[in-house]
Design a protein around this ligand. Structure first.
Ligand SMILES: [Zn+2]
Length: 340
């Protein structure tokens, strides 16, 4: 089968690899319909993360169940399914409390690589959610978004306690930040401030429900948020970048007693204790438990209430994956969909 493999920073190739097979009775094999490139795939691409090379790539996927192990009961061959970027049993105490990405049996799908024609999904019963019927082709990008970026943005908005009467500030205008805007809107937030300096992303943020745009960043961005909130700061702040600057921008933009939902993978972020102490903010985040939200998100997409697939602004056949990585690295694309 064809599969995307990264050999070194900046070196992305599409190569033949052996088809996966069922290794545990709880596995399923799916034929991938669409995959995509994540902002986090750029960390190894830029040499900031150093995995073992060569590395199979990708952790977002939708597809059709091709084969199931003997113990799989919740999905059947032919089902169209979506799964999170962490396989999870959905039965352990951590899963039952809604934190499936930290399941005691969690398997990162990135270690398997979903930018490929076929994927082995461990713990299929807990991981995969089938759509009620085969989706229409135009719904596939939105369902694919649910696999990570939408689910992650959704968790960030929930963690930040976005809701009616709340002012929500979103730090980060990548796909996750933009879909966090959509989530905050759906959760009923009164005012949604998108922090972005790219006009195309600002336009998409407005489409998804942003009421205000702030182009300043860092301390100037914080000052602008304070100015828009009577000097208090936002009730809810979403951090969707993962740098020292973005994390501090998020914490400082929240009012005392406010909530910060952080989902940007925090690379070398260190929090100053005294500032954190006196901020009085709630911090809640981490790898999003996308599986918690999948049934609801699938329903919202299938019924046409949300259209997160709009976040994909470049679609390429998997053979051109290298161009997709390059386009995202150079910020010519927000989010790249790979067709198979
Ligand atoms: Zn679990």
């Amino acid at each position: 089968m064809r599969s995307v493999i990264m050999h070194a920073p900046g070196d992305v190739r599409v190569e033949e690899r052996e088809n996966p097979t069922i290794t545990e009775p709880t596995d399923a094999i799916i034929r991938v319909t669409a995959a995509c490139i994540c902002g986090s795939d750029l960390w190894p691409y830029r040499g900031i993360e150093k995995p073992e090379w060569p590395q199979p790539m990708g952790h977002e996927y939708v597809g059709v169940v091709e084969q199931i192990g003997g113990d799989v009961k919740n999905v059947k061959v032919g089902d169209f399914v979506i799964g999170s970027f962490f396989a999870s049993d959905n039965t352990c105490e951590i899963c039952q409390s809604g934190y499936q990405s930290r399941c005691v049996h969690a398997v990162p799908m990135g270690s398997i690589g979903t930018q490929a024609e076929y994927v082995r999904v461990p713990l299929a019963d807990g991981t995969l959610v089938a759509t009620p019927t085969q989706p229409a082709p135009e719904q596939i990008p939105s369902l694919l978004a649910a696999s990570d970026v939408l689910g992650t943005g959704w968790f960030a908005a929930v963690a930040a306690e976005a809701g009616p009467g709340k002012t929500v500030a979103v730090v980060g205008d990548g796909a996750v930040g933009l879909l966090a805007v959509l989530a905050a809107k759906h959760l009923g937030a009164q005012r949604i401030i998108a922090m972005s300096r790219h006009t195309d992303r600002q336009a998409l943020a407005r489409t998804f429900g942003a009421t205000d745009i702030v182009t300043e960043r860092g301390d100037a961005g914080v000052a602008k948020i304070k100015e828009l909130t009577d000097g208090l700061g936002a009730h809810s702040v979403i951090e969707a970048v993962g740098t020292q600057e973005s994390m501090m921008q998020a914490i400082r933009s929240a009012r005392p007693g406010g909530h910060v939902g952080y989902v940007g993978v925090a690379h070398e972020v260190e929090l100053p204790g005294m500032e954190l102490f006196f901020s009085g903010v709630h911090l809640h985040g981490g790898p999003a438990p996308v599986r918690r939200f999948l049934p609801e998100l699938i329903e919202l997409i299938i019924s046409g209430q949300i259209n997160p697939g709009e976040v994909f602004d470049l679609t390429l056949p998997i053979e051109q994956a290298a161009e997709g990585y390059k386009a995202m690295d150079e910020r010519r694309a927000t989010k790249v969909l790979l067709t198979l």
